[in-house]
Ligand binder design. Structure first.
Ligand code: COA
Length: 267
C-alpha cells in the first residue's frame, strides 16, 4: 500500500508554522512528522519534556527541520500560553494549532470518580480551549489561521465505558462549530478530525487490549484499522489550500466504522 503522504508535493506546507499538542506520541506525533516532512515549522508539546525531546530529535533527523519541543500540561492555561509564545518567538508566527492532547481509559460510568470524569474533560475539552484561546491572536495575525481539533466518533452513539471521553469529545466538536462561526471573520478555520480505530497507538492499546483489537477490526467496513499516516494526511489536506473553504465541520477518518450497524436479524 502506497504511503498516503506521497501524494503531496514535498513543499506542500512550506511557510506554515504549527503548534501540535500531544505531539510527542501516537497520532499527533504522526501529524507533526507529516507537517515537518512537507515543509511546515513545527512545535510539539506534551507533559513530558523527555518524550517530546526524543520525538523532536527523531523528526529533526528525518526532515532537517528545526522542530521545537516545549513541555506543558494543557490543563494549565499559563503553561500553554508559554508554548504558544515560544513557538511564535522561534518561528515568527503561528498559523496552525493542532489540539491533540488527550487522556482516556476504559471505565464503567457508575465507577467513574468525579475526579476521573473531570480529568478527561479537563485535558481534552478545556485543554483544547486553553490552547485555542492562547493561539487566537497569532492565528488571527497570520491571516489564514487553522485549528484542527482531534476528536473521535465515540459520541455519535452511546459507547460503553467511554462516558468521560464521549462527553469531552462532543464538547470539542461543539467548540469546533462555535469557533468556526466566531473566528471565521478573523480568517481562522476550525475543523475536527475524528479518527476511528487507528493501529499502533496508545489509545488502541488502552481501549482494545489483547484480542479485542482483532475483533474490533471485523466491525470496520474497510476491514482494518487505520494508519497514523492516514490521519496525518487528513491534517495535511486541511492545512493545504485545497481545504481553504472548509470550516466548522468534522472530517471522519474511520474506514466507515461509525456508520456501520450490526444486523438485528441474520438471514
Ligand atoms: N479507571 C478509572 N479511573 C481512572 C483510571 C481508570 N483506568 N485511570 C485514572 N483514573 C482516575 C484516577 O483514579 C483519578 O481519580 P481519583 O482521584 O478519584 O482516584 C483520576 O482519574 C485522575 O487520574 P490521575 O492518574 O491522577 O491523573 P493524571 O493527570 O496523572 O492522568 C489520565 C491522566 C487519567 C488521562 C491518565 O490515564 C493518563 O495520563 N493517560 C496518558 C495519556 C492517555 O491517556 N493517552 C491515550 C489517549 S487516547
Amino acid at each position: 500500500m502506497a504511503n498516503p503522504l506521497d501524494v503531496f508535493r514535498d513543499d506542500a506546507l512550506a511557510g506554515h508554522v504549527a503548534v501540535i499538542t500531544g505531539g510527542g506520541t501516537g497520532i499527533c506525533k504522526g501529524i507533526a512528522a507529516a507537517y515537518a516532512r512537507l515543509g511546515c515549522e513545527v512545535c510539539i508539546t506534551s507533559r513530558k519534556q523527555d518524550v517530546i525531546d526524543a520525538t523532536a530529535a527523531e523528526l529533526r533527523a528525518a526532515t532537517g527541520k528545526d522542530v521545537l519541543a516545549v513541555a506543558a500540561d494543557v490543563r494549565d492555561p499559563d503553561a500553554v500560553a508559554r508554548v504558544i509564545e515560544a513557538a511564535r518567538a522561534r518561528f515568527g508566527k503561528i498559523d496552525t494549532l493542532v489540539n491533540g492532547a488527550a487522556g482516556n481509559f476504559l471505565a464503567p460510568a457508575a465507577a467513574l470518580s468525579p475526579n476521573a470524569f473531570r480529568t478527561v474533560v479537563d485535558i481534552d475539552l478545556i485543554g483544547s480551549f486553553h490552547a485555542a484561546r492562547a493561539a487566537f491572536p497569532s492565528l488571527r495575525d497570520a491571516g489564514d489561521g487553522l485549528i484542527v481539533n482531534v476528536t473521535a466518533t465515540l459520541h455519535y452513539h452511546g459507547t460503553p465505558l467511554q462516558l468521560h471521553a464521549s462527553a469531552a469529545k462532543a464538547g470539542v466538536d461543539a467548540m469546533t462549530r462555535n469557533l468556526a462561526v466566531e473566528w471565521g471573520g478573523a480568517g481562522i478555520r476550525v475543523v475536527s478530525i475524528a479518527p476511528g480505530p487507528i493501529g499502533d497507538t496508545e489509545g488502541m492499546r488502552r481501549l482494545a487490549p489483547g484480542d479485542a483489537a482483532a475483533r474490533a477490526a471485523k466491525a470496520i467496513p474497510l476491514g482494518r484499522f487505520g494508519l497514523i499516516d492516514e490521519i496525518a494526511a487528513a491534517a495535511v489536506y486541511l492545512r493545504s489550500a485545497a481545504a481553504a473553504y472548509i470550516t466548522g465541520t468534522v472530517l471522519v477518518v474511520d474506514g466507515g466504522h461509525c456508520v456501520a450497524q450490526p444486523m438485528m436479524m441474520t438471514p
